[in-house]
Design a binder for this molecule. Structure first.
Ligand code: PMV
Length: 331
């Protein structure tokens, strides 16, 4: 039975459209359920709020946290949104999502904490506590949209101009066709497909890479607008390919997207090595996923090619490979 005071959230990968999505072109992302962040809220006898994030070796009080601390921010924002006071509880966060690999660890932690707090205040404390201790009015309920909006505020701390794709796909836990500032669009997955996710072992510095792309766009606006347009068109075509179960076309679109990301200057020798290894071993297509320069490479495989592609990417230097199935029955 799920615990009343805890909640979890999956990781994510961007299948198509990273970077261009910051400039309002469409992108496609899917949740990755093999990795998760989990948050648990426990009541305390004193008035303090204690944060325990052992994965990143951090234990501290809310009142000692710097103003831009992501965990403190999501706690403060969620409590404000719920209409309760942030006092008298502990927040424990555990995650199996590798940090800074383009798998959405930051957004997943935010979503898990916001959901756990919403549950805790709605059901984890008594009626008397809810009104007398935490709040003078009934505790607000949070929709997926609310949770996503709260996590988006924290995403802004990681890099100033997030598109919002990470918090959206993670809060809704379903494949999304995403355009910045527009309502979430889900779509039909006609045929299940497998994605091998290979870790380069190198941190993907989202803030730095997004900043570099911005500077390049400012220096050569025409070139970059064209690159973003082409990426946007690829995302549009990829949606059709997924809706019609055309895996060959999807693989080709991944290769085309990777070529444009390379032209944008966000690939790296390690990424290229894994992309090459995957396609040589029979993947339908492969590309970087997330900000780039490190992080993960994703490869479209099937049951026949899966093992060979996994092995080839490990031999080419991947720190680890996980395979996720994008299955319409799973959503
Ligand atoms: O957080 P990451 O590394 O998955 O990168 C997010 C994808 C970008 O398009 C590069 C940035 C954004 O906000 O969409």
């Amino acid at each position: 039975m799920p615990k009343l005071n805890s909640a979890s959230a999956p990781g994510k990968i961007i299948l198509f459209g990273e970077h261009a999505v910051v400039y309002a072109r469409p992108a496609i992302a899917v949740p990755v359920f093999q990795v998760r962040a989990e948050a648990t809220i426990e009541p305390r006898d004193d008035q303090r709020v204690e944060i325990d994030a052992a994965d990143v070796a951090r234990q501290y009080g809310l009142c000692d946290a710097p103003p831009d601390d992501p965990l403190a921010t999501i706690i403060r924002l969620t409590c404000a949104r719920l209409g309760v006071e942030a006092r008298g509880f502990s927040v424990r966060v555990r995650a199996t999502i590798p940090v800074a690999r383009g798998l959405g660890s930051g957004a997943a932690v935010s979503v898990a904490v916001a959901r756990a707090l919403a549950k805790f205040f709605a059901t984890g404390s008594t009626e008397k506590e809810k009104t007398e201790i935490h709040s003078v009015s009934p505790v607000a309920e949070l929709s997926n949209d609310d949770i996503s909006a709260l996590a988006f505020e924290v995403e802004k701390l990681y890099h100033g101009t997030p598109s919002g794709i990470d918090n959206t796909v993670i809060a809704f836990e379903q494949p999304v066709y995403f355009i910045k500032g527009q309502p979430i669009e889900s779509f039909r997955v006609a045929r299940p497909f497998l994605i091998a996710i290979a870790d380069t072992g190198i941190a993907a510095p989202t803030k730095i890479v997004v900043g570099d792309v911005r500077r390049a766009w400012e220096a050569e606006p025409q070139k970059y607008e064209q690159l973003f347009d082409r990426v946007g068109m690829i995302a549009q075509m990829a949606r059709l390919a997924i809706e019609q179960g055309m895996l060959g076309a999807l693989g080709t679109l991944m290769k085309m997207n990777q070529a444009l990301l390379r032209e944008m200057g966000v690939s790296s020798p390690e990424i290229e090595r894994l992309v090459e290894a995957a396609t040589s071993a029979g993947a339908w297509g492969a590309k970087l996923s997330g900000a780039g320069r490190g992080g993960n490479v994703i490869a479209l495989v099937d049951d026949k090619t899966r093992e060979g592609v996994e092995r080839a990417m490990l031999d080419a230097g991947a720190a680890r490979v996980i395979v996720t199935r994008i299955d319409p029955k799973g959503f």
